[in-house]
Design a protein around this ligand. Sequence first.
Ligand SMILES: *[C@@H]1O[C@H](CO)[C@@H](O)[C@H](O)[C@H]1NC(C)=O
Ligand SMILES: *[C@@H]1O[C@H](CO)[C@@H](O)[C@H](O)[C@H]1NC(C)=O
Ligand SMILES: *[C@@H]1O[C@H](CO)[C@@H](O)[C@H](O)[C@H]1NC(C)=O
Ligand SMILES: *[C@@H]1O[C@H](CO)[C@@H](O)[C@H](O)[C@H]1NC(C)=O
Ligand SMILES: *[C@@H]1O[C@H](CO)[C@@H](O)[C@H](O)[C@H]1NC(C)=O
Length: 510
Amino acid sequence: MMMKKFYLMIIFLSFSFSSSALKRPPPLPILPLPSASQLSWQFGNMALFLHFGTNTFTDTEWGTGHVDPSIFNPTNLDPHQWVQVAKDAGFSRVILTAKHHDGFCLWPSDYTDYSVKSSPWKNGTGDIVAELAAAAREAGLGLGLYLSPWDRHEACYGKTLEYNEYYIAQMTELLTRYGDIKEVWLDGAKGEGEKDMEYFFESWFSLIHQLQPGAVIFSDGGPDTRWVGDEAGIAASTCWSLFNSSSALIGNTDYEYSSGGDPYGHNWVPAECDVSIRPGWFWHATELPKSAITLLDLYYKSVGRNCLLLLNVPPNSSGLISDEDVQALQEFTKLRQAIFSSNIAKNGVLTASSTRGGTTDTRYAPSSVLEENIHSYWAPEENQNEWMIYLNLAESTLFNMLQVQEPIHMGQRIIKFHLDILTGEGDWKTVTSGTTVGYQRLLRFLTVKSKVLRFVIDKSRADPLISYLGIYLDTFSITTTESNRSSHSYFSGSEVIQLKGYNQSHRASI
Ligand SMILES: *[C@@H]1O[C@H](CO)[C@@H](O)[C@H](O)[C@H]1NC(C)=O
Ligand SMILES: *[C@@H]1O[C@H](CO)[C@@H](O)[C@H](O)[C@H]1NC(C)=O
Ligand SMILES: *[C@@H]1O[C@H](CO)[C@@H](O)[C@H](O)[C@H]1NC(C)=O
Ligand SMILES: *[C@@H]1O[C@H](CO)[C@@H](O)[C@H](O)[C@H]1NC(C)=O
Ligand SMILES: *[C@@H]1O[C@H](CO)[C@@H](O)[C@H](O)[C@H]1NC(C)=O
């Protein structure tokens, strides 16, 4: 009896194993790796920053902290409009200045009277954080909050113990009253000659993670996402998500290190690029928003360089996002839609220098790079001396932009790459090259026409993996001729110097 059972089991096992080839396990991830909240942050590509508060009514950027709360009286405040504008333009989250440096709170805090409860707005019964949280939840957008460490109103500011207690109490209100919070945004800004005191960042960070495990914390040095080092919305053209948090001091940024990251970094701390659609962070009647083309350029230099674009669009004194800003965002959206609507690579046949598991295992096939899903990717066979993906188009086609993505849940790997086209003479000609890919790399180049292309990975930390490859024609960006490529890449060349020389007092205006 026993014998028979055993025998049947063998038949069963051998049947189930021999009918199909065993699967090859995926390649090993390479450390450091992103957390789940960092991945969802990165997949969002863009967040909308909302600077709103007493400054909106006093035409200033930095409130003194002594403005009468009666000034705060938006007549038509509607966070549903803010959220709708954000959603229509493809933003994944909204981040509100719940408290800016002036100390005025947009929610009725139990720890101060300097808040909406002392304002005429809704007779002091309103709560802007609550209204925004409800609107964002309804629209399916994530909510982030900025609680300024620097507080020019609160009397205990400057007394380390008391102020840290006050700050943590307010942070706790924000993280326990309004549902899921996706991001907590902190800066190290402190005015010149301000009272010297210590911020207990480690306690704050631990508390935030404890109360909102799904939230990423932004600061100059992470822990979850780092400041890119400028307020221009521009990342370095080499941009690692790898970073050493211990090398970063909040409020004392090494701009070059922050903008480029660290190929040897042992922490995963991708960069966030903050910039305002207007010259100021708060709304001023005399200022105008940037054009859609400028926003597109910023998109290429932030989202297209492995970062998240945090674009500030300040509500006006009526409590609404102004028409001019809405229009600029609508045009920006149309440009992106037009450019990214058709991936030319989808009209072609993809092959590769090698494929993990050979042809019997389609999971790592080069065609995986056309699927818009980070979990489907091309992987080469191990121990190769070249890594290439070839694209044969049905016909010769015009294009001038490359999109590449790495499956970053497996780590950031690629150090150097280039794109070649096959010329009429049968030679390979390089049309663009770059360093680092990460979640997403977008590269514009002189418009070329070709039928056969190859994407070549020159250097990588481990076997390179590609999750997406796109070839596009961007007819909107101003592209210069080949001989003027250096002037086209003006920013990449001068960036580091520019960042180093960045005016520190300007930085503090956030
Ligand atoms: C505010 O209070 C005043 C006087 O108590 C009342 O007349 C008015 O209707 C209230 N306004 C709102 C928006 O509740
Ligand atoms: C970051 O840490 C790694 C590993 O400890 C180290 O090799 C590297 O030099 C560090 N980078 C900097 C800039 O200190
Ligand atoms: C604020 O923006 C709205 C459009 O959303 C506009 O109707 C209103 O006039 C603006 N308010 C000010 C003070 O400009
Ligand atoms: C490249 O730029 C320089 C200086 O801006 C200009 O003089 C030159 O004509 C340009 N070359 C081409 C081919 O457009
Ligand atoms: C930095 O900006 C401040 C305020 O705009 C200005 O007063 C100062 O001169 C600037 N410093 C430099 C070095 O440009």
